[in-house]
Design a protein around this ligand. Structure first.
Ligand SMILES: N[C@@H](CCC(=O)N[C@@H](CS)C(=O)NCC(=O)O)C(=O)O
Length: 205
């Protein structure tokens, strides 16, 4: 297996999962918009993964589910019930479909307006922050009294949550103002697989 990543991106999620699974894998650091990488993933996005003869796999949630399905002994997927599968899918969809897109205008405001003035870019960032605050508030309530996003043990959802929460460190509102998110983040920062993946990517909390 080979994972294509850029440091600190959502590719951190499958990277952590690969660490948790413990099977051999390779890492390749890429610049998503580089001509060489566009030949691998024409969307210019990470993560991407190749597993043997799989061809190029992309979309973080699909890669995470693939890994959970391929390595059932790692117990990172749903609990086998229809409702358990729904919960994993629901929360993956929340992170990939609500949280990630809420953040992107904050990091790349120039993509979301044709006006390149500082005030226009700032307005996009403020609008993005409002959206992130909404989804973080929702997540914070959900995590009340919980150690994991879904169920009573870690799943593929948690590393994706971790990667998104980490982005929260760049927001104007301190992460500690979302107490349950903050606690979840601190706990996962102590996880050995998370530590190894962050070290390999050269990123800090
Ligand atoms: N829908 C894709 C989105 C992936 C994505 O946007 N990845 C970001 C990093 S977190 C990226 O590669 N961005 C590069 C760019 O947009 O130029 C997925 O879930 O994998």
């Amino acid at each position: 297996m080979k994972l294509f990543y850029a440091p600190g991106t959502c590719a951190l999620a499958p990277h952590i999962v690969l660490e948790w699974i413990g099977e051999p894998y390779e890492l390749e650091k890429v610049q998503p918009s580089s001509p060489d990488y566009l030949k691998i993933n024409p969307l210019g996005q990470v993560p991407a993964m190749i597993d043997g003869s799989s061809g190029v796999m992309n979309q973080a949630d699909a890669i995470l589910k693939y890994l959970a399905h391929k390595y059932p002994d790692a117990h990172l997927g749903d609990d086998g019930t229809s409702l358990g599968a729904f919960e994993v899918d629901r929360w993956l969809a929340f992170f990939t479909g609500d949280v990630h897109p809420a953040f992107y205008p904050f990091f790349r405001p120039q993509r979301y307006t044709t006006d390149d003035s500082e005030s226009a870019l700032d307005a996009v960032k403020q609008a993005s922050f409002k959206l992130v605050d909404k989804v973080f508030t929702h997540l914070d309530k959900h995590l009340e009294g919980k150690d994991y996003v879904v169920g009573s043990h870690r799943t593929i959802v948690d590393p994706y949550a971790f990667a998104m929460i980490r982005w929260g460190n760049y927001l104007p509102k301190p992460l500690s103002e979302y107490p349950n998110i903050y606690r979840f983040y601190q706990e996962f920062l102590e996880d050995e697989g998370v530590k190894r993946a962050m070290k390999q990517q050269g990123i800090k909390k």
